[in-house]
Design a protein around this ligand. Structure first.
Ligand SMILES: [Fe+2]
Ligand SMILES: [Fe+2]
Length: 401
C-alpha cells in the first residue's frame, strides 16, 4: 500500500471541502457554487483514493490528523475539524469508489442537515466513528490475561504483590523473567493479543490492572520498534506504575462514591509513595521509578504531583498513561455489551492533548484496531463476562484517577 502521500494534495482536497462547507453555510447546499464544487471534491478524493484505497482523518477538536500525523492547521482544516467535531465525529474514512452523492451527504452531515448515521445506510464508501462523550463508565471488570501464564508465574506475581504489601524487599528477578516472557511472546506472535483471554473474576484488581498495563505497554513498545532491554523496562514500568497504591488506605481505594478532600489528598500520594518505594529496591529500572512518579501528571502537566510546565514527562510514562486509560475505560463499564472499540477510541481522542500524547495515542489506537480486527477474525472474544460486583472491582474505581 502506498504510504508516501503528497500532503499538499490532501490539503487541496480539504480546501475544496472547506470552500463547499463555507458556501453551504452562507447560502445553501443547493447553491450553484456548492454544486460546482461537489464533483471537484469527489475527483480530488478519488485521485487520493486511487493511491491508497482508503483515507482516514481523525478529528481532534480543531485539528485534523491524517496517517497518524496532525495536518498543518489552516482555516480549511480548522473549519472541517470544528464542524465534524460538533457532530460528534471522531474519525471519518473514505473508501475507493466514492460517489458524488456521498460527497453531498458529507456536506449535509457536516453542516448539520443530516445525522452522521446516514453514512451507515446511504454511503457505502464513507464510514465514521463517534466521539463518546457520555460518562457513565463506572464499576469494573478485568479484561486480559496471558493464557499461557503458568501456575508458577501466577504465583510469583501474587507473591510479588504480597511483598510490596509487606513493605519487604522485592525480588525484581522474578518479575523481570515474567516480563521477559511477555516481551518475547510479543516478538514471536503475529498478533500478541491473541494470547490474551478475559481474566478471572477473582483476580486482584492491582494484579489484573498491572498485568494489563504491562501488556499494553509492551504492545505499544513493540509497535514503536523498541527491543531488548528498553522494551523490557517499558513492560516493567507498566507493571509497577501503581505500586504506591499499596500504601494507600484500602478503605479509600475501595470506596465506591466520591472521595472527601482528605481522602483525595491521600490518594494523590500514590505516585510519589510508589516511586519512593521503588527507589529503595534493588535492580528496579530507572524508567519504572520515573513512570510510577509521573503517571498521573497528564500530558498538559495539570495532574499530580504538581510540577512546573517545563517538566518533561518521560515517553515511557506517556505510553503508560495511554495503557492505563485504555484499561480503565475497558474495566469501568457496568453494562454488559460487546467489545466496542469505536467508543473507547472516541473517548481517548477526547483526552488527546490534555491528558494523553496525541502521536502515541494515535499509534496505540491504530495498533489496537488492527489487532482487534485480527482477534475478531480469529473468533476469540476480547470482552470479559460482566462479573459480580466485588471488593476488587470497587477498588478498580480509582484505577485511572
Ligand atoms: Fe495510578
Ligand atoms: Fe493505573
Amino acid at each position: 500500500m502506498a504510504r508516501s502521500f503528497n500532503r499538499q494534495a490532501i490539503h487541496d482536497s480539504l480546501r475544496l471541502i472547506s470552500a463547499a462547507l463555507s458556501a453551504s453555510s452562507l447560502y445553501s447546499i443547493e447553491h450553484q457554487q456548492v454544486r460546482f464544487l461537489i464533483p471537484q471534491i469527489r475527483e480530488s478524493l478519488a485521485n487520493l483514493l486511487s493511491q491508497q484505497g482508503e483515507l482516514t482523518f481523525l478529528i481532534v477538536k480543531e485539528d485534523l490528523l491524517f496517517d497518524g500525523k496532525p495536518l498543518d492547521r489552516t482555516p480549511h482544516t480548522e473549519r472541517i475539524a470544528r464542524l465534524l467535531y460538533a457532530r460528534n465525529i471522531g474519525f471519518i474514512r473514505f473508501h475507493q469508489g466514492l460517489e458524488t452523492r456521498e460527497v453531498e451527504l458529507l456536506l449535509q452531515v457536516a453542516t448539520g442537515l443530516a445525522e452522521a448515521a446516514i453514512f451507515n445506510s446511504e454511503s457505502p464508501h464513507i464510514d465514521y466513528g463517534e466521539i463518546d462523550t457520555q460518562e457513565g463508565l463506572e464499576g469494573a471488570r478485568p479484561i486480559f490475561c496471558f493464557e499461557e501464564l503458568t501456575v508458577e508465574e501466577l504465583q510469583s506475581i501474587g507473591t510479588f504483590y504480597d511483598t510490596i504489601g509487606d513493605r519487604s524487599n522485592l525480588d525484581i528477578r522474578e518479575i523481570s523473567s515474567i516480563i521477559a516472557g511477555f516481551a518475547s511472546a510479543f516478538q514471536q506472535e503475529a498478533n500478541p493479543l491473541l494470547a490474551l483471554v478475559p481474566l478471572r473474576e477473582e483476580d486482584e484488581y492491582t494484579f489484573t490492572h498491572s498485568i494489563n498495563v504491562a501488556i499494553l505497554n509492551l504492545a505499544q513498545g513493540n509497535s514503536l520498534g523498541l527491543k531488548g532491554q528498553l522494551l523490557h523496562d517499558v513492560g516493567i514500568a507498566g507493571m509497577l506504575h501503581d505500586s504506591g497504591k499499596i500504601f494507600i488506605d484500602k478503605e479509600i481505594l475501595r470506596k465506591p462514591g466520591d472521595l472527601s478532600e482528605e481522602e483525595w489528598r491521600q490518594m494523590q500520594q500514590h505516585p510519589s509513595r510508589g516511586a519512593q518505594y521503588l527507589m529503595g529496591q534493588e535492580g528496579i529500572p530507572a524508567l519504572a521509578i520515573i513512570t510510577a512518579f509521573e503517571h498521573h501528571m497528564r500530558y498538559d502537566k495539570k495532574g499530580y504531583p504538581e510540577v512546573s510546565t517545563e517538566w518533561q514527562v518521560n515517553l515511557c510514562t506517556q505510553m503508560t498513561m495511554i495503557s492505563d486509560t485504555f484499561d480503565a475505560l475497558r474495566t469501568r463499564r457496568t453494562y454488559k455489551e460487546p467489545w466496542d472499540f469505536a467508543k473507547i477510541s472516541g473517548r481517548m481522542l477526547e483526552l488527546v492533548s490534555s491528558q494523553l500524547n496525541p502521536y502515541l495515542t494515535l499509534n496505540f489506537l491504530k495498533m489496537m484496531s488492527e489487532l482487534g480486527e485480527q482477534i475478531i477474525e480469529s473468533g476469540i472474544s476480547l470482552s470479559a463476562d460482566a462479573p459480580q460486583r466485588s471488593e476488587a472491582e470497587l477498588a478498580c474505581r480509582h484505577v485511572c484517577e
